[in-house]
Write a protein that binds this ligand. Structure first.
Ligand SMILES: [Zn+2]
Length: 271
């Protein structure tokens, strides 16, 4: 599943190709994504100049004069730049073509992604108006998480994955950050000290920044036309390594389920 670093990498990959370009054509081949794509999207976008692009949580925001278009990659979505009129394959659901003969193409086999028109006040939309701070912004600090977590009995993993507390920390990076901070994922969020939250935030930022930097090396996958979505593989210490030796103590990592999501941790190193 695309997580924040993949979305940020997509943003950086597509931006230089389409920023300040005018939309010439919008093709919707399959409108049934997680929510229906608005049928008037071609009329809304055609002849509009793309003023800027940004990211909030895992949402890509394309800002036009008439309003903002939100793109979410869901479980399996990817965006690529292709030449205008490049033949579409089976799961290529949406094309937005620009005057410079470049098209952004949304491919999404499982169709959990979204393409929504948010109008002129995008941050008032229900998908965006309750989101917590960005993990890489100065607003995410150990103090912030410490204060937010007092009296919370929910486990730290679910607490961190709550998008109203902090955005964009998905299962993989949450599992990794808890390992590096030495915090057991089942521990109640309200029982963790300020010092440990400070450590945790340091690791969250390092892990996400590293992932984004590594994503930079696979930018070609987002802008090429080789048909590959090209999410980069990171070296992970816990996620996907259940039963394998902990890299710190060599004891086998264990796997549990929390809110139906897989968690892997070391019961010796994480307390
Ligand atoms: Zn260990």
């Amino acid at each position: 599943m695309p997580e924040l670093p993949e979305v940020e990498t997509s943003l950086r990959g597509i931006s230089p190709h389409i920023k300040n370009q005018k939309v010439t054509r919008v093709i919707i081949r399959q409108p049934k994504l997680r929510w229906p794509i608005p049928s008037n999207l071609p009329q809304l976008l055609e002849h509009q100049e793309l003023k800027s692009l940004s990211r909030r949580a895992k949402y890509l925001l394309l800002h036009f004069e008439a309003g903002t278009l939100l793109i979410h990659l869901g479980m399996s979505g990817s965006l690529r730049i292709v030449a205008n009129n490049t033949p579409a394959a089976k799961h290529d659901h949406v094309d937005i073509s620009f005057a410079n003969q470049k098209t952004i193409r949304l491919t999404d086999p499982r169709r959990f992604g979204a393409v929504l028109w948010l109008g002129k006040e995008p941050f008032k939309h229900p998908l965006l108006n309750k989101l917590g701070p960005e993990p890489l912004s100065d607003d995410l600090t150990g103090e912030y998480l410490y204060v937010k977590s007092r009296d919370k009995k929910v486990n730290i993993k679910q607490f961190l994955m709550n998008q109203c507390i902090v955005t964009g920390i998905g299962n993989i990076y949450c599992t990794e950050a808890l390992f590096y901070a030495g915090i057991r994922p089942t521990r109640a969020a309200g029982n963790i000290s300020l010092k440990r939250y400070q450590m945790l935030v340091t690791h969250i930022k390092i892990i996400l920044k590293t992932a984004i930097e590594q994503g930079g090396t696979s930018l070609r996958d987002f802008v090429g036309s080789d048909g590959k979505p090209g999410y980069f593989k990171q070296e992970l210490s816990t996620y996907g390594r259940s039963g394998l030796p902990c890299q710190q103590c060599q004891q086998p990592l264990i796997e549990i389920k929390q809110a139906n999501r897989t968690t892997v941790y070391c019961k010796h190193c994480q307390t």
